[in-house]
Design a protein. Structure first.
Length: 130
């Protein structure tokens, strides 16, 4: 657990998603901890661009050789892009979860919703407690 990667500029959820906010746009992915627990990721199911979601809504599925897991919106917004590269290379989530392995980008509904998410230190503690 000591080598858990949790970039300090991101917010984290108890469902193991990360969130990067840049202006009125945000990017979501699954954390290093989640990809490690899932093991080899083989498929990602994305929402359609233009779909609006509320905070906590499931927006897709990540499937691995071990299990399928729903992915949830850390905060509400409307999808503006999906990472099409994952259709051909879902393993990018395993090799680069905070970079090339991002899942979707969306326009924020209310950035204040992010205040309830964990910072890097809190997420590390949360992972240790499981």
């Amino acid at each position: 657990m000591a080598d858990l990667k949790t970039p300090a500029d991101l917010k984290y959820t108890k469902n193991d998603e990360w969130l990067r906010i840049e202006g009125d746009t945000a990017t979501i992915g699954v954390t290093d901890y989640a990809q490690d627990q899932l093991n080899d990721i083989v498929y990602v199911e994305f929402p359609d661009v233009g779909t609006a979601f509320k905070q906590g809504d499931s927006f897709g599925v990540v499937e691995s050789v071990k299990a399928a897991s729903d992915i949830f919106m850390p905060i509400g917004g409307t999808v503006t892009a999906v990472n099409d590269a994952l259709s051909d290379e879902p393993e990018l989530i395993n090799t680069d979860p905070y970079g090339k392995g991002w899942l979707i980008q969306f326009k924020l509904t209310d950035a204040a919703e992010a205040a309830g998410l964990m910072d890097s230190a809190a997420y590390i503690e949360y992972c240790k407690s499981r």
